[in-house]
Ligand binder design. Structure first.
Ligand code: PRT
Ligand code: ZN
Length: 294
């Protein structure tokens, strides 16, 4: 059990109870070593080995709970925080729940560009963001209809001329004969923090929590790489590898060969790999990393 100066202090973190972000968020919390009992059936769950309790609620409520200090932290889509206009701080952007909020209209219909939205009816679950975007683009005369789900069928039901909804693959729009015309917000899951005053104990816990998160994220974005290479190729290989620190180079039984161990960022994986092979690297082994403290 993590002990803090203030042993009664527990961080309260809001996460989505049941939806697209739930599994990834729980996976992330487990990935940083937090253990929970039965989070699926309870609204509030205490962590067994860190001073954290989770509040499992609808994602729409998360920004306000964090704003009001009911929860200290929250994991929620940037789209939801932006729509609620909650006064919170964004601590980290996370690479899941990635999507965009877009204006879309019937393919081959009479709305083909932004100006065509003037005077039209737009169905959305994001009235605030939609209105603001249109007004910022000098389209002041629209009728925004707020609906909470299945926004994409509104044009077919003739409830609206166009929609403003979240898009990830674009398949839903396509299946409903709609075309994406304008992206109004790029979104991802974010870790948000309350702007209410926090006790020193809570601040310390948040620091620890962030160190764990950052180590985990860094590890997820990196791979441990081991290879054998001719000793003469080492200077070239050192240039190719965008290593965090200098790589470990160890002699092998064969005098002219060495083993090289290092860490590479995953996004450069294939480029690095191809270039290493060109320099004569063989027996390349890539391993995932559990955690990385820099
Ligand atoms: O019950 P609760 O209120 O908590 O959940 P919810 O139903 O409001 O939200 P949920 O679970 O559907 O989504 C939670 C969050 O996931 C959203 O707020 C976004 O931050 C993020 N997210 C990422 C998405 C999508 N991608 C997404 N594609 N949320 C919704 N969609 C929907 C979209 O509304 C549309 O109906 O998926 C459809 C489009 O998907 P594509 O792949 O066909 O383009
Ligand atoms: Zn919701």
């Amino acid at each position: 059990m993590e002990r803090t100066a203030d042993s009664k202090t527990s961080l309260r973190i809001a996460i989505q109870k049941s939806g697209r972000l739930t599994d990834k968020t729980i996976e992330l919390l487990k990935g940083i070593g937090l253990r929970f009992d039965d989070y699926k059936r309870n609204l509030m769950v205490k962590c067994r080995n860190f001073d954290v309790e989770l509040l499992l609620i609808r994602d729409d409520d998360i920004p306000e709970y964090v704003q009001d200090g009911v929860c200290d932290l929250g994991f929620v889509g940037a789209n939801v925080t932006a729509e609620t206009g909650a006064d919170v701080s964004v601590l980290r952007g996370l690479d899941y729940g990635v999507c965009r909020l877009s204006l879309a209209a019937r393919k081959d219909g009479d709305i083909q560009q932004l100006e065509d939205f003037e005077g039209k009816t737009i169905a959305t679950s994001y009235p605030r963001l939609t209105r603001r975007f249109l007004e910022n683009n000098n389209i002041a005369n629209t009728n925004i209809v707020t609906i909470s789900g299945a926004v994409e069928i509104a044009p077919r039901l003739e409830v609206a001329d166009a929609i403003c909804d979240l898009v990830s693959t674009g398949n839903t729009l396509k299946a409903n004969g709609l075309e994406e015309l304008e992206v109004i917000l790029e979104s991802e899951t974010q870790l948000i923090q309350t702007n209410k005053k926090l006790s020193p104990g809570k601040k310390k816990l948040i620091e620890k929590f962030l160190i764990r998160m950052d180590s985990h994220q860094q590890a997820e974005r990196s791979r441990y790489i081991m290879m054998n290479a001719p000793e003469s190729a080492v200077p070239k290989i050192k240039e190719i590898i965008p290593s965090l620190n200098s790589p470990t180079v160890m002699p092998l039984a064969d005098d002219h060969m060495v083993a090289i161990h290092t860490v590479i960022p995953i996004d450069q994986f294939w480029i690095v790999m191809e270039r290493l092979k060109e320099e004569g690297a063989t027996g390349i082994v890539i391993l995932p990393i559990e955690s990385m403290i820099l």
